[in-house]
Each structure stands twice: as C-alpha cells, then as structure tokens.
Write a protein that binds this ligand. Structure first.
Ligand SMILES: [Zn+2]
Ligand SMILES: [Zn+2]
Length: 278
C-alpha cells in the first residue's frame, strides 16, 4: 500500500506564507494498493487537487472513486463539489461514512442547500452512491478490507478505520479525543499491531480544548505506544500552527516517542508527502 497526503489541516483551510510546507488544505489522503486501486480517506479541500491530479494523470475513462469519510464536519467534506470527477456523468463516486441521526445522503444534501451553496448534491452529473457505516462493522471496498472503530469521542458521530490490503494495515483516526472519562479509547483496540497509524494531533497540552473532539500530540503518542504500531503520522494540524511550529512539534514528538518505544517512527504529515505502508 502507498498513501499520499492532499490535505493535512484540521477545522479550516489555512493558505498563506506560514503554512506553505505542511499545507493549508483540510483532510484528504489518497490510498493505493499494489494494483493501484484508489481509496480516498476524507473529502476535505485537498480533494480538489487530487481530482485535478486524477485527470492530469490521463485517466480519461470512466472513474470509480471510493471515498471513506471519518464524519461529515465541513473540513472533511468541503472538497466534494470541487472534485472535478463529479462533473462527468460517466463517473461513479461511492461515499462511505458513519450513519448520523439521518442517512448520510440526506445530511450531505443539507449542507449544500440553497442558502449555503449554489449547486445541489443531486444535480451533480456523476453517479453517487452512499453507504452508511455502523461502529464496529467490517466491510469490503474493492480490494480493501475495512473495519470501523467503536464510536469516537467526538461531538458528531465519527469513526476511525482500519484499512487492510497487500497484507498490511493502515489506521485512520482523525477527530478523536483521548477519553477523559477513563473509558477505553476505541482507537487503541482498532490500531493494535497495525503498521501505520494516522492520528489526530491538533493540540498541544497548553492549547488543548476539552470537548472539541481532538487529541493532543502526547495523547496520539500514547495511543500509538499502547497499540504497538510501527509508525505514527501526526495530522489534522491546528489552523494556528505554522510550519516552524510543526517542525518543533515533530522534533519533540520523536524525542518523546523514542523514550517510550525506540522502534516507533513518528512523522508529521505534510501536503504532498508520499509514504509506503509495507
Ligand atoms: Zn476535522
Ligand atoms: Zn470533526
């Protein structure tokens, strides 16, 4: 498996000179298995550039794009109407995401209602399919085996996923708050023994906002150590975090991780970063 980051920011896009290296687009990750089959993790604003890349790549036939959504907060869906393949009626977009109080098709449609957005979801030319996922469920998306976590600690229903292909495991756990209540963290169970864990690292202990549904960098390390993963990738960066701040966070996180588990690799996600998961 290989992954490529198209958006690493949490909450809101942050273009500008202080975020050039780590990037300003919100959550979007491209996953490819050995056969090259595409799986997209989240549809934040980074999805727009992934769409341009797919078309540039000369893939001009009908596209089938599988998108696995952690949840439906803006920073995880706003790229969808700007994803160029949605403008081509030959293409199929399959959206898989956690069931909300209503089916995800209805909720996504609400966000694109007339008062908020000029184009309706159901008037986009591509063919859309919606698959509501339940906590703890296992499903198959093309060549990928996918297991959903138990509900995450997040203000809206959100799930982490364990994605298996080519004999390796990748875990995507964004928008998850390390539990304050002493309850077991569902991500630890999901990520046990995985190769790579992509984890929310929005806060530092000094700017942690309790109840917003995000983790601190030290709690992401705790989860990675407890689950025994080989590699931790910190992502969903706080909008206020500059490139220099993220450099420092990476250095400190690597130092802290080394003292707990010398074999744990720690990487700070940046736009354009490609990683083999093998
Ligand atoms: Zn988010
Ligand atoms: Zn969220």
């Amino acid at each position: 498996m290989r992954i490529r980051f198209w958006g690493t920011r949490g909450s809101i896009p942050t273009p500008g000179p202080s975020t050039v290296r780590y990037g300003g687009n919100t959550a979007c990750i491209e996953v490819r298995d050995a056969t090259g089959t595409l799986l997209v993790l989240d549809a934040g604003t980074g999805l727009r550039e992934l769409g341009l890349h797919l078309l540039r790549d000369g893939r001009n036939g009908a596209l089938e794009v599988e998108v696995l959504l952690s949840h439906l907060h803006w920073d995880h869906i706003q790229g969808l109407p700007f994803f160029r393949p949605v403008a081509d009626a030959r293409n199929t977009i399959r959206l898989h995401g956690p069931h909300q109080s209503r089916p995800i098709e209805e909720i996504l449609g609400v966000g694109m209602d007339e008062a908020f957005f000029p184009v309706n979801l159901d008037t986009l030319p591509a063919h859309f399919e919606f698959h509501d996922l339940q906590p703890g469920a296992t499903t198959r998306i093309g060549p990928y085996g996918v297991r959903s976590s138990a509900p995450l600690f997040h203000p809206a229903p959100a799930l982490a996923y364990r994605v298996e292909a080519d004999g390796v495991s990748l875990v995507y756990a964004t928008d998850t708050e390390d539990p304050l209540s002493g309850k077991p963290n569902p991500v630890v169970d999901l990520a046990r023994g995985a190769h790579t864990l992509l984890h929310d690292a929005q806060y530092l202990p000094e700017d942690y906002k309790q109840g917003w549904g995000h983790s601190t960098v030290p709690s992401a390390i705790d989860v990675a150590v407890a689950a025994g993963v080989r590699r931790l990738v910190l992502t969903h960066h706080d909008p206020d975090r500059s490139d220099e701040a993220l450099d420092r966070i990476g250095d400190e996180a690597r130092r802290a991780a080394r003292s707990r588990n010398p074999d744990l690799e720690v990487i700070v996600a940046r736009e354009g970063l490609e990683l083999p998961v093998a």
